[in-house]
Design a protein around this ligand. Structure first.
Ligand SMILES: NC(=O)c1ccc[n+]([C@@H]2O[C@H](COP(=O)([O-])OP(=O)(O)OC[C@H]3O[C@@H](n4cnc5c(N)ncnc54)[C@H](O)[C@@H]3O)[C@@H](O)[C@H]2O)c1
Length: 400
């Protein structure tokens, strides 16, 4: 037991502790925001990266809309007595509570998904409880990966390639959001290769092969990995940078998997899924993306900015064949039409051209962004009694 009174602790743009009840509340809010529909076949799903961002939205929408059964995998730190558990730990506990309350059948594994050990543990659990997988959703975002073959640790970096990138950014370490400038020197070839090793498609392909080798791909199996295209204003640091090289590798991996004998044999498909900008722990680490996302919110307002859960609902409907697949000319599933709409991008470019003036004229997007960042850690969430001591040592849901 570790009942204590906690306050948010911020270092730079990072918040280093999480509120269990606040984090749980965000999951319940997401759950309630996804209208339930319980008919259908209850497919078996494996979601890698289930505790945050698009992975969490995929689990919640999959449970609510299709009654998915199966396994989520994430890598979260427990409560240490000095420091709270990671927010994803508390979100997992809250998701498991909803699973139990609503009679679903979904388990959660806390492990390094990049390891062979994780693959074999998950395959064992699938064999024991569910059988072959209908859908594998790959939504990991990590700063490093240990190559299971060589033991080498690769570190991803967020840098432009070819030329330095100088751009406005949002300083959200201060109480009031302000514009600052960021300059990033170009990454080296070695840094680009390391980023590809972490965020490219190698690990995804290892998961698909591991499931196939255990006879765990269902007929009509689909697998989808999350990717991002984004705006031309952030392209130098995203799509044309080191992370963009990793996303291109991920997209090539999708095409290779899609054409592979392994999938053909099962009448299976592999896709990347282009989702829109979202406030997540992964994306707040990218300079300028915070300011871009704030401006996107200013332009789109409350109704136009699609949530991760809304996009996950669309993804499931396409994967389950309830609506036709929306593929671009490169065979990617597109969920980001609302973000890349030319009129929307034109208005974002106008704000970007004079960012301080834009921020002075309207802080709505930046204020929303900062609130979203705090909510990622369970802070500043409605209907939470922050003044009361709270149990921080919450157990990880049992696998039994
Ligand atoms: N955030 C965005 O704006 C955005 C937009 C489009 C696409 N995407 C893509 O969505 C995917 C997920 O990103 P996100 O922003 O939702 O990330 P996130 O940081 O919110 O979540 C990452 C998840 O990965 C898990 N994870 C990290 N390392 C792990 C490991 N070693 N083993 C097991 N689990 C691990 C975390 O526990 C967490 O569940 C990425 O491919 C990202 O590029 C993100």
């Amino acid at each position: 037991m570790s009942l204590r009174q906690i306050e948010p602790k911020q270092r730079g743009f990072l918040i280093v502790n999480s509120h269990p009840e606040g984090a749980a509340r965000t999951v319940r809010d997401m759950w309630e925001a996804v209208p339930a529909r319980t008919d259908g076949r209850r497919p078996v799903a494996l979601v890698l990266g289930h505790s945050a961002g698009y992975g969490l939205a995929t689990v919640v929408a999959g449970l609510r809309r299709h009654g998915i059964r199966g396994i989520g995998v994430a890598f979260e730190a427990p409560d240490t007595g000095r420091r709270t558990a990671g927010a994803g730990w508390y979100r997992t506990a809250a998701t498991a509570e909803l699973v139990a309350e609503e009679g679903h059948d979904f388990r959660f594994v806390n492990t390094d998904a990049f390891s062979d050990d994780a693959r074999s543990r998950v395959a064992d659990l699938l064999e024991e409880h569910y059988g072959p997988v209908d859908h594998l959703v790959y939504s990991l975002a990590a700063p490093r990966r240990t190559d299971p073959g060589t033991g080498e640790v690769h570190h991803s970096v967020i840098k432009p390639l070819g030329a330095a990138y100088e751009a406005p950014a949002l300083d959200f370490s201060a109480a009031t959001p302000a514009v600052t400038w960021t300059r990033l020197e170009p990454g080296t070839d070695a840094e680009a290769r390391a980023t590809v090793a972490v965020m490219g498609g190698d690990d995804w392909a290892l998961w698909v092969r591991a499931l196939a080798s255990r006879g765990l791909l269902a007929d009509g199996f689909t697998t989808a990995a999350l990717t991002y295209v984004g705006s031309e204003v952030t392209a130098p640091v995203y799509r044309h940078g080191t992370i963009g090289a990793a996303k291109e590798h991920l997209e090539r991996t999708a095409r290779d998997l899609d054409g592979s004998a392994l999938l053909k044999e099962k009448d299976g498909r592999a896709f990347t899924v282009v989702a829109g900008a979202a406030v997540t722990q992964a994306s707040t680490a990218i300079p300028s993306i915070a300011l871009y996302t704030s401006f996107l919110r200013t332009v789109l307002g409350d109704g136009g900015f699609r949530t991760t859960a809304e996009q996950a609902v669309d993804l499931w409907d396409q994967l389950e064949g309830r609506t036709p697949l929306i593929l671009d000319e490169e065979g990617r599933i597109r969920l980001d039409g609302w973000e890349l709409d030319p009129g929307v991008q034109e208005r974002v470019r106008e704000l970007w051209a004079d960012p301080q003036h834009a921020l002075d004229a309207s802080r709505s997007g930046a204020d929303w962004f900062m609130k979203q960042v705090r909510a990622l850690y369970g802070w500043d969430v409605g209907n939470v009694a922050y003044g009361r001591p709270v149990e921080t040592d919450v157990p990880w849901p049992a696998l039994g």
